[in-house]
Design a protein around this ligand. Structure first.
Ligand code: FES
Length: 133
């Protein structure tokens, strides 16, 4: 396990909330995510990389699997900015992906899925498409 990363399981005692577009599941407490770093959270069988980009005051969530070599690794990636676009670099071969659109900024891999994040009273929720339950 990387120093700046830990795995966090969703707290099943916290019910998810569904609206028209998303099922918002409780991921973890905001204090569980390192500043300018990420954690991996599970939603059913999916692994989600959750990032607290403290320098920008923003939260992001993406699939944890890097499409390059199918490594479950993006939550352990370095986050930064490229032309003001927030990005994550996979720790294996440094392919970079936009944290907003999921587009591969290295230009040669397919995009990753991104998810909306909501933080309410120190609780972090991730929105999964409502048809992904
Ligand atoms: S596995 Fe992520 S860049 Fe190669």
């Amino acid at each position: 396990m990387e120093e700046s990363t830990k795995n966090t399981s969703p707290n099943s005692s916290k019910p998810s909330i569904t609206d028209d577009k998303y099922t918002w599941f409780f991921a973890c407490d905001s204090a569980d995510v390192p500043d300018n770093g990420g954690v991996c959270v599970k939603y059913n069988e999916d692994q989600i990389a959750l990032f607290h980009f403290t320098r920008r005051g923003e939260w992001y969530a993406t699939q944890n699997e890097c499409p390059h070599r199918k490594q479950m690794a993006l939550s352990r990636g370095m986050i930064g900015s490229q032309n003001d676009e927030p990005k994550v670099a996979c720790p294996f071969h440094k392919k970079t992906f936009s944290l907003i659109t999921g587009e591969c900024l290295s230009g040669d891999e397919c995009a990753i899925t991104t998810y909306p994040v909501s933080v309410v009273n120190g609780k972090v929720y991730i929105g999964m498409p409502a048809n992904n339950n």
